[in-house]
Design a protein around this ligand. Sequence first.
Ligand code: PXL
Length: 272
Amino acid sequence: MKKVATIAGSDATGGGGLEADLKTFQEFGTFGFTAITSIVNLDPNNGSHHLRILPLEILQEQLVSIFAGTIDALKTGLLPSQEMIELVSTLIPKGIPLIVDPVIGGKGTQDFIKSNQVRDLREKLIPRAMIVTPNLREAGILSELGELTSKKQMQEAAKKIALLGVKHVVIKGGARLDTKETLDLHYDGKSFQSYPHPVIDTPYNHGAGCTFAAAITAAVAKNYPVEQAIKLAIDFVQAAISMGEQINPYVGHVWHGAYTHGEKRLEYSDEK
Ligand code: PXL
């Protein structure tokens, strides 16, 4: 069985963060490991998110644990401090495919990380990655091009991010592009491949970005070439968004089990 690890924050409400990663890893038939950097909690009085950062030594102990055996692919998500970015950049073994999801902010909340951490992501972690998967906003920040609204600007941003030293840049167009169709863009240092797909009209899409990067990570662990891993991840996330559900008064999550209709497993039947 392929082993995949995520170094990420916990989303207490279960849609994004390492919860999304683990659920997705399992759906892809891989065995998931986690190292928790932080916990994002939701205030039920007003829907605001609160970030609780774990002590660095607890992250270090988890990294030592997960690297005690073989890991086939590794994903990073929310790394909320410079010390954590530094630690992860130094402790992850060379030779394991690394997928960096450069989490900067959540939806409609304050950014989780500030400019110093963004600089460390650019200078320390992204150069070690095989694939980086920013959303539109993160791509604008990492490329220092600001707001991106067109395919051409996405291409420019991908080129600039590739210059940081990462082979594959995959920008998630998401629902923020000003069109009915959206697109995900892949740049491999030589050419661009775009993957247009319809925007699914739903507010219940929390967790889509983490799920996308987790799906790519699991597919890479299973030896899929990057292009095929991206296609699998897009189909998986489209299914997950189309079955998104409201989870509490403030947010609705993608259903990570949609692709294989996990909700139908073990349905109780009293038929004899
Ligand atoms: O979607 C970005 C994200 C990443 N990681 C954690 C999160 C979120 C969004 O809420 O909670 C832990």
